[in-house]
Design a protein around this ligand. Structure first.
Ligand SMILES: [Zn+2]
Length: 136
């Protein structure tokens, strides 16, 4: 499947959640900036079209964010762990979004995706203000 081609036939997928999940999984599988952009665009477009502001999935929820004319999905993991809760991977994860910015502290709550198993989870990671950007 071409990562740049995220047009999904809505007649085939009546279930909106399935479409959103498929887009997120597609991004996790390809892991490229291009796939990430396509996922953000598609999920935001689908949520807007069907008037969804928030959708809940097993281990995460998707909230529609807005910045001026720009709409984007905020993917927030429900579980906070050190590494992938399914396979244990701690490095080489895919950045999905920042759930919470600790404005005074050195860490942000970041949503990560696992390349191996597609799990989505959150972890506290050092931000720019900590002086170290290591993704331990
Ligand atoms: Zn995993």
């Amino acid at each position: 499947m071409n990562a740049g081609c995220q047009v999904i036939d809505l007649a085939e997928y009546q279930d909106l959640r399935m479409i959103v999940r498929a887009n997120i999984r597609s991004f996790l599988r390809h892991g490229t900036a291009k796939a990430r952009g396509a996922m953000i665009e598609s999920v935001a477009a689908v949520m807007r079209k069907y008037g969804k502001k928030k959708m809940s999935f097993g281990s995460y929820e998707v909230v529609l964010g807005q910045d001026g004319d720009f709409y984007f999905p905020l993917i927030r993991a429900k579980r906070v762990t050190k590494g992938c809760p399914r396979c244990g991977r701690e490095k080489g994860l895919l950045y999905i979004s920042t759930q919470k910015q600790d404005l005074l502290g050195p860490r942000d709550l970041v949503t990560w995706g696992c390349r191996d198993c597609g799990e989505i989870f959150a972890r506290w990671d050092p931000n720019e203000r900590s002086g170290k950007r290591c993704l331990k």
